[in-house]
Design a protein. Structure first.
Length: 243
């Protein structure tokens, strides 16, 4: 089995768009006195919770719910939905810095040299917005296909968005790998669509096997080789063979 395509999540995987200092300053406009470290811890805690149990609503409603929980936890008090909607709009309207993770380009170079097709599947406002971010950090030309939930009308963890991606790339699901920073929304959802899902847990230890866990994008080419050599479990199976 040859892995013909490798697809990536965007934020938290290829690029870092988090700016806790700027968000803390922004919150003061809405009379929320936050500490950047408290906001950071709340952000990652809520992200993990919503990954494990996503809200029923998606899109903008899910984003507002994410910020409501995050701001409430960081502030130590309940923040109402009206304030959260205004904060979310302010975040969207503010130009944010975007940083390319230091391991991203080397990973992409290696996979490109191995003649693997590369793509992006992102929960985001539009394909155009994703392309702008990739262009800003200088990696747009690596990718043959880019799918955004805002453009597609379907978002992760719905397996349909992954199915569309591999179909447009002209590969079978089992010939594709998806790498993302969320265990369920990214890796497990990709597995549900028949792809090989890999969880990029930059804060972890890389010991997880269901889904397979790595701590750096530099491990992706090695994981791909392991899959091709039959040394890693097929989609939807833990290393021990249990469903």
């Amino acid at each position: 089995m040859r892995v013909r395509a490798v697809l990536f999540d965007l934020g938290g995987t290829l690029v870092d768009v988090k700016d806790f200092d700027a968000w803390t300053e922004l919150a003061r406009r809405f009379f929320l006195d936050l500490d950047p470290d408290d906001l950071r811890h709340a952000f990652f805690e809520v992200e993990a919770e919503l990954d494990a149990r996503p809200p029923t609503a998606g899109g903008e409603a899910a984003l507002v719910e994410f910020w409501r929980r995050t701001l409430s936890r960081a502030a130590g008090k309940e923040v109402d939905e009206r304030t959260t909607v205004k904060f979310n709009a302010a975040v969207r309207e503010t130009e944010r810095p975007v940083w390319l993770y230091s391991d991203a380009r080397r990973c992409l170079d290696t996979l490109h040299a191995q003649r693997r097709a590369l793509g992006v599947v992102s929960n985001s406002t539009s394909e155009a917005a994703v392309r702008r971010i990739l262009d800003r950090v200088g990696i747009l030309d690596y990718f043959s296909r880019i799918l955004s939930s805002g453009t597609e009308g379907v978002e992760k963890p719905n397996p349909e968005i992954f199915r569309r991606a591999v179909e447009r790339m002209g590969v079978r699901p089992e010939e594709a790998v998806y790498v993302g920073n969320l265990a369920r929304t990214d890796a497990k959802a990709a597995q549900a669509a028949g792809l090989h899902g890999i969880w990029l847990n930059r804060e972890g230890f890389g010991f997880g096997e269901d889904p397979p866990e790595i701590t750096s994008l530099l491990e992706v080419p090695l994981m791909v080789r392991r899959l091709e050599n039959g040394e890693a479990p097929p989609p939807g199976r833990a290393a021990g063979g249990a469903r």
